[in-house]
Design a protein around this ligand. Structure first.
Ligand code: TYD
Length: 203
């Protein structure tokens, strides 16, 4: 059985990732591919407990970064690698690009430290493709306000999300082969069409 593909989805809070991940999931499933849909932080029983801490407990920024990687280590071992090995495709709502964007870009943590943690936890493993939903922080905030109560990250202001967005775009520019950047301010059906067009090229 051939190795599956690992696809990650990124963007600032309120970029509208969920609807698009669902659309890609349905498309791949209809193409006869086994799909595992997952998320970070989370994706495993331990990871979901860590997620609860990350989203709701006030904590030191180093502790925060370490917890994201703790969740990730478990996720890679228990969910992502086994799925890829049996030929399934893994769709993850966020992965390590989020740590560079939020903890390094947004909060000013050391990129060098994150690089070391990435090497320790991932040992060279990473996404085959990453879809970045790009949107300006004001539009994203409006969308979020309509949908739910904010968690510890979502209460941050537009300056924070501007830094996160910039960090994402810089990463995308450095790895154009891996990243697909979509304009998340477009109508959902337009974004879906563009996403599925790209995905056809990955089959
Ligand atoms: P997400 O699952 O997108 O939130 P929701 O389900 O509420 O839409 O992500 C949870 C939050 O965690 C989000 O604000 C981004 C943040 N995050 C980081 O700061 N660093 C990381 O490495 C990851 C994976 C997420």
């Amino acid at each position: 059985m051939s190795q599956g593909k690992f696809i990650t989805f990124e963007g600032i809070d309120g970029a509208g990732k969920t609807t698009q991940i669902e659309a890609l999931h349905a498309f791949l499933r209809d193409s006869g591919i086994e799909v595992v849909r997952t998320r970070e932080p989370g994706g495993t029983p331990l990871g979901e407990k860590i997620r609860g801490l990350l989203l709701h407990e006030d904590m030191d920024e180093t502790a925060e970064t370490l917890l994201f990687f703790a969740s990730r280590a478990q996720h890679i071992r228990d969910v992502i690698l086994p799925a890829l090995a049996r030929g399934a495709w893994v769709l993850s709502d966020r992965f390590t690009d989020a740590t560079y964007a939020y903890q390094v870009g947004g909060k000013g943590c050391s990129a060098q430290s994150v690089l070391q943690l990435e090497a320790m936890v991932q040992k060279g493993f990473g996404p085959d493709k990453t879809v970045l939903f790009d949107i300006d922080p004001e539009s994203a905030a409006k969308r979020l306000a309509l949908s739910r109560t904010a968690d510890r990250f979502e209460v941050q202001g537009t300056d924070f999300f501007s830094r996160v967005r910039k960090a994402y775009l810089e990463r995308a520019a450095r790895e154009p082969e891996r990243f697909v950047v979509l304009d998340a301010s477009a109508a959902p059906e337009v974004i879906t069409r563009e996403l599925l067009e790209k995905a056809k090229g990955w089959l």
